[in-house]
Design a protein around this ligand. Structure first.
Ligand SMILES: NC(=O)c1ccc[n+]([C@@H]2O[C@H](COP(=O)([O-])OP(=O)(O)OC[C@H]3O[C@@H](n4cnc5c(N)ncnc54)[C@H](OP(=O)(O)O)[C@@H]3O)[C@@H](O)[C@H]2O)c1
Length: 288
């Protein structure tokens, strides 16, 4: 297949580039900046349409986004411009040439008030500007291009980038006190597992909405406790706090686990999050 990956210099985008090329696809990566990628700012409609039109892909995989949730809270219009209308631009450009679009979205399109994990077609109701901007992207894509996959995910941890696991382990190793929330719940998801699942989804042509996360959800506290214990830091204390004690510009939805029903229909299910964390820690050399 001919494939365009947006945000190709980012964590998920770069992993997708490697995997798809390894599978023999003809892949072009685009991003605002980055080594080995074609320069494209998706907020520029004319440039987006020209770039996608010239490459003429069968599928556009679209993880490009402004992912700084607190930045989005401080500048909500910029968030909508990139995550919302940037996605509309990608959707229109792809529709014009008959290409499908995979849009990588977030569990933060939900409000976190349901008492069970969210299913793919549960009602969305974003409560912060990042979630709202991702929701605008979902809506725009669904309205513009019927050949779409909306892939929601949560709490990505990736090699080589900023992530929660590295941040907590660094603090623990410096002997800094750890305070982690117990009332923010989601699915820790390994970037590499998600990328692999997306490469399988694009050949199904089963368009729709998917929740691609590692199986099972937990609180941020339980997540931290799990990997600290795994690397042998069993005696490192982690104070339990609640979201209200950790004020930040972006208020996260609290109980926001995702259930994968649609993916299982097409044979795509990610391993349990604990196994994925083990694989990540092993690859990083933490379990040696
Ligand atoms: N990380 C998570 O925990 C998480 C959770 C749920 C959903 N998601 C979604 O998953 C997707 C991938 O996340 P990620 O962690 O791989 O993010 P990432 O590493 O921040 O990658 C996003 C890429 O998009 C680029 N970008 C930003 N603005 C752009 C623009 N105007 N035009 C073109 N490219 C632009 C970024 O460039 P700069 O770095 O230069 O800005 C970056 O290279 C995102 O859509 C995100 O919303 C992530």
């Amino acid at each position: 297949m001919r494939i365009v990956v947006t945000g190709a210099a980012g964590r998920l985008g770069s992993k997708l580039m490697t995997l798809l090329r390894g599978q023999g696809h003809q892949v072009t990566g685009v991003d605002v900046v980055g080594e080995g990628v074609q320069t494209l700012d998706i907020t520029d409609f004319a440039a987006t349409r020209a770039a996608i039109g010239d490459i003429n892909p069968n599928v556009v995989i679209h993880p490009a986004a402004w992912t700084d949730v607190d930045g989005c809270a401080r500048e909500p219009e910029k968030a909508i411009a990139i995550n919302g209308f940037g996605t509309q631009h990608v959707a229109v450009a792809a529709a014009h040439i008959g290409a499908a679009v995979v849009y990588v979205s977030s569990n933060e399109v939900f409000d976190g008030t349901l008492n069970r994990p969210y299913r793919e077609y549960d009602t969305t109701n974003p409560i912060n500007p990042y979630g709202y901007s991702k929701w605008v992207g979902e809506r725009a894509l669904a309205q513009v291009n019927p050949k779409h996959y909306i892939v929601r995910t949560s709490w990505l941890f990736a090699h080589g980038g900023k992530n929660f696991i590295q941040a907590v382990l660094n603090l623990a190793k410096q002997g800094k006190p750890l305070r982690v929330v117990t009332d923010e719940v989601a699915n820790p998801t390994y970037n590499d597992d998600l990328a692999e699942a997306i490469t399988r989804l694009i050949v199904t042509e089963r368009y729709g909405t998917y929740h691609l996360v590692n199986e099972g959800s937990c609180s941020r506290w339980a997540f931290a406790r799990y990997f600290l214990d795994k690397v042998g830091l069993v005696d490192t204390p982690v104070e339990k706090i609640i979201v209200a004690q950790w004020p930040r510009p972006s208020i996260p939805p609290t109980y926001c686990g995702l259930a994968n029903l649609a993916g299982k229909q097409v044979g795509i299910q990610l391993r349990p999050w604990q196994q994925a964390v083990d694989a990540f820690l092993e690859a990083e050399g933490f379990l040696a």
